[in-house]
Design a protein around this ligand. Structure first.
Ligand code: R5P
Length: 320
């Protein structure tokens, strides 16, 4: 607190309220911008119920940024996030920002069949009703799902990060970028525009009842000639790597057609469920890379989303 000429001037502080169970996201970019880490006590009772206690005082005028884990244990994360947000508000915090780099339930973003819950909408409504000022996420499965929350929910895109990574490690003349489905088409197209590389798109169909992939093929079958003749690297980019099925299908399509170069698969959110890694390797994938939104063995430090998030926070609250 500064006292000048009888006027009390309170300096606003930025607090990082780090989910005690979230370890993958880099924290240094927050600290470099002056965030202080709020001390939290967390425990889980024998019956699985979670306990949260803040050990620092909550100051009305400060800005509290919660960084919440999305995976694994999505349901517990949601509950822990709710305890954190609600307790901050209850103790007087005015400004609360929820950062959820990997937001769960995002693939259920519409009513595919009559009567279904639109899970991502429900989840967002829960946190808005708890009083968050903003929600920031990264490469959400479908940005359009958030239209009704304009000016409240922001999706940070990693296109620039991937473009930089690819430019640094590969010759754009020698690569083919691939969108594994229509949902990733614009994302991959924008990366291709930044780096000046060719790109191709696959089309994927899922059985709505089982969720299994029922059809998966390139939009332009003729692409393989281009790839075999001119390209050393196929780089397939997706938002989520879950069972690995989507990326494995695309990789094995290229292998079956005789592509002998390297296949690199990239995912913003690496969940790697079950035997996903084996599946990818057996389909002919040479390398796997992800950002740091979800803990996994394939995080590439130069693909950390932390600075993008910090920049977004500061653009919303102003430099403090
Ligand atoms: C859905 O279409 C997403 O964009 C991903 O392609 C999907 O979540 C990947 O899932 P999996 O790794 O299980 O194929």
């Amino acid at each position: 607190m500064l006292i000048k000429l009888g006027i009390t001037c309170v300096i606003k502080m930025l607090w990082l309220v780090k989910d005690p169970l979230y370890g993958s996201l880099r924290i240094r970019p927050f600290l470099q911008k002056g965030f202080r880490i709020l001390s939290i006590e967390h425990k889980v009772f024998p019956d699985g119920e979670e306990y949260i206690r803040f050990l620092d005082e909550i100051r009305e005028g400060d800005i509290y940024v919660i960084v919440l884990r999305g995976f694994p244990e999505q349901n517990n994360n949601i509950l822990r996030g709710a305890l954190i947000v609600d307790t901050l508000k209850d103790l007087g915090a005015e400004k609360v920002i929820l950062v959820w780099p990997y937001i769960p339930y995002a693939r259920q973003d519409k009513r595919f069949m009559p009567g279904e819950a639109i899970s991502i909408i429900t989840l967002t409504k829960v946190f808005i009703s708890l009083g968050i000022d903003y929600l920031i996420t990264v490469d959400v499965h479908n940005e359009k799902a958030f239209v009704q929350f304009e000016n409240k929910v922001f999706n940070v895109t990693t296109e620039g990060l991937w473009a930089k990574y690819i430019l640094k490690n590969f010759d754009p003349e020698k690569i083919a970028l691939v969108a594994p489905d229509r949902g990733r088409e614009s994302f991959v197209r924008r990366i291709s525009q930044i780096i000046g590389a060719r790109y191709f798109v696959f089309e994927k169909h899922r059985d709505l009842t089982t969720g299994r992939i029922s059809g998966h093929r390139p939009i332009n079958e003729g692409l393989i000639k281009d790839v075999i003749n001119y390209v050393d690297y196929v780089i397939i980019i997706d938002d989520i790597i879950a069972t690995g099925g989507t990326l494995a299908n695309v990789a094995s399509w290229f292998r079956k057609k005789g592509f002998g170069g390297e296949i690199i698969v990239c995912g913003t959110h690496g969940l790697f469920l079950g035997n996903a890694v084996d599946k990818l390797l057996m389909s002919g994938v040479d390398k796997i890379v992800t950002t740091d939104t979800v803990a996994n063995p394939f995080i590439c430090e130069e693909l950390s989303v932390a600075t993008l998030i910090v920049n977004k926070i500061l653009s919303l609250v102003g430099e403090v």
